[in-house]
Design a protein around this ligand. Sequence first.
Ligand code: FAD
Ligand code: NAI
Length: 447
Amino acid sequence: MKFVIVGTNHAGIAAANTILDNYGEGNELVMLDRNSNLSYLGCGTALWVGRQIDGYEGLFYTKPEDFEAKGAKISLETNVEKVDFDKKVVYAKTKDGQEIEESYDKLILAEGSAPIAPNLPGKDLDGIHFLKLFQEGQAVDQELSKDGVDTVAVIGAGYIGVEIAEAARRRGKNVLLFDAEDTCLASYYDKEFSQLMDENLKENGIETHYGEFAQEYLGENGRVTGLKTDKGQYEVDAVINCIGFRPNSNLGEDHLERFGNGAYLVNRGFQTSDPDVYAVGDCATNYSNALQDTTYIALASNAVRAGIVGAHNAAGTAIDGAGVQGSNGIEIFDLKLVSTGLSVKAAKKADIPVKYVDYEDLQLPGFMPEEKNEKVKIRIVYTEEGNRIVGAQLASHYDMHQLIHMFSLAIQEELTMDKLQLLDIFFLPHYNQPYNYVTMAALSADK
Ligand SMILES: Cc1cc2nc3c(=O)[nH]c(=O)nc-3n(C[C@H](O)[C@H](O)[C@H](O)COP(=O)(O)OP(=O)(O)OC[C@H]3O[C@@H](n4cnc5c(N)ncnc54)[C@H](O)[C@@H]3O)c2cc1C
Ligand SMILES: NC(=O)C1=CN([C@@H]2O[C@H](COP(=O)(O)OP(=O)(O)OC[C@H]3O[C@@H](n4cnc5c(N)ncnc54)[C@H](O)[C@@H]3O)[C@@H](O)[C@H]2O)C=CC1
């Protein structure tokens, strides 16, 4: 059997390793990617640009030779231009213009996603950036090193925007952070949580502008000098756009069924509407256990799992993915926020009637040293009918992030609130309280 994988970043890499490690013998694998590098962990961009880590070198976790050593044929700087789904042939062109044709038995599309580019006047000015690829991270890093770049506008206060705003601030810049919503991180947290991050950003010197839409990039001599929004005009020396991702799904757009946002629509085994074509990672949908329906969530964690499951299915081992909760986390100037599943706001948007319970307490007993102890805020979201757990959010300066995985499992396994009430949660003063906030929240929940 011959497999072709288009896109060799996180999803494509996971698919390739699954095929090579489990079905390598007697099978053929071709990997194609238009980029000059693979396996870049974008999550490290802000850490590197903000000088919280020494450099970018450690942000790559594999190289082409690793796949060649296992028998794959891998070609970077090779753009796949067309797929003939009837003849089962992929057409690509290398950087130096060489045309490549690869037939396949099973095709795995792992084309990923691209940053959404707002079509605003002035969009071609110098000093306007996006953040996805390693090369784009490098461009932002170089921009922040230029003389005269003192004030930076970040458009979009989602995950990338908030992280790069922190990085630019750590580099000593004046940072203006814009979002159309009335808080940061609006698609991940309810207001009671995102506002904690808003305060944290302001306390650390970031100027936040919410409920504001960018309308125009202003410039002089080909270089950006300002940003005009529906509420004002600001002098800035550089702009970083972070208003979300759009799935790359050009190759199959006329042949494969797609989701509302253009992502390839796949089943639980990541098979598309063409039985010989699989789609994994940011270019494809996923199954949400909270919604109990199809969803689109662009995360490296999802991409890796999708790559593994999709590859097994493509190779003939029928397995269903476990679905996703969209579990995520962020740490900015020491404040940690983690969430999984649906916020109250997201549940409302999805027309799922929910209740929620909030609880706030110190992580450790009061007798523990003050400098080790922090308040933790928790919200658990559950369905009005049946009390099924569908979401959780936590915020603290204490590192409580591992707890969110328990809620992720609870959502996946469709657990109800009563299962949490008397769950055996150990007590040790070094870690928690005898009446810990999970038990207390569950006990006090309206059921
Ligand atoms: C700044 C930043 C921070 C992030 N932080 C996190 C984080 O902390 N946690 C997390 O889980 N996620 C994070 N993400 C999201 C994560 O990076 C993506 O979800 C992940 O990259 C998706 O992997 P993928 O392999 O599906 O797609 P991509 O990474 O988009 O890779 C797709 C690949 O396909 C190639 N390709 C596309 N079309 C073609 C074609 N026609 N021909 C040849 N090659 C093609 C591209 O060159 C690319 O290499 C972050 C993203 C960014 C940008
Ligand atoms: N820690 C993590 O898990 C991280 C995950 N990622 C993932 O990468 C993907 C892309 O991240 P982001 O680009 O930050 O997308 P995002 O969806 O997280 O945030 C985009 C933000 O831009 C705002 N916005 C949209 N259009 C706008 C406009 N015209 N004007 C002003 N604001 C506008 C939205 O309200 C939203 O808050 C996401 O799926 C994200 O989850 C990225 C970084 C870190």
